[in-house]
Structure formats: structure tokens, C-alpha cells
Design a protein around this ligand. Structure first.
Ligand code: SF4
Ligand code: SF4
Length: 77
């Protein structure tokens, strides 16, 4: 697994997400949460350590690491 730059946060492609929750379970800092519709969101972005574990476990490759998310992190990953 490639370790992303420390300033990267997960970016969600909601069209690929099945709401399985694997990413939420895999996050070592518990900064992800499942929203009411099942999609994960970055509830505590300051706690994200950019480890990319969430992206690695996603069975549908719905998560990528990116830098632009910091602008949008009040919605969902
Ligand atoms: S990159 Fe790591 S710390 Fe950040 S949300 Fe994903 S699993 Fe959690
Ligand atoms: S692991 Fe992937 S498919 Fe499952 S909830 Fe997370 S983003 Fe969605």
C-alpha cells in the first residue's frame, strides 16, 4: 500500500459506495462515521492521519486519497 502525503484526506465517490461500513470499521482513529443513508463521512477530519486504510479496505474502490477534500470535509468523505 502506498502511504499518501500527510495532508491527504479520503475522498468518496458516492456512486460506488454500497454503505458496507468497512471503511468506518477500519479507521484506526475512529474519525469516520456512517451517516443515516449508510455513506461514510469524515466526522473528525482533524483526527485523520492519512493512513489510507479506509481506501485500502473498500471493496468497491469508492475511496481515494486527495488534498482537495479539506474544502469539503463538512459533508462526507
Ligand atoms: S485515511 Fe486513515 S485515519 Fe484517515 S479516515 Fe481513512 S482510515 Fe481513518
Ligand atoms: S468501504 Fe467503500 S463501499 Fe463500504 S461504506 Fe466505505 S466507501 Fe462505502
Amino acid at each position: 500500500m502506498t502511504v499518501p502525503p500527510a495532508d491527504e484526506l479520503p475522498v468518496l465517490d458516492a456512486s460506488r459506495c454500497t454503505g458496507c461500513g468497512d471503511c468506518v470499521a477500519a479507521c484506526p482513529t475512529r474519525c469516520l462515521e456512517s451517516s443515516a443513508n449508510g455513506l461514510p463521512w469524515l466526522a473528525r477530519p482533524a483526527d485523520c492521519v492519512s493512513c489510507a486504510a479506509c481506501a485500502a479496505v473498500c471493496p468497491t474502490t469508492a475511496i481515494a486519497m486527495g488534498t482537495h477534500l479539506r474544502i469539503h470535509n463538512t459533508t462526507r468523505i
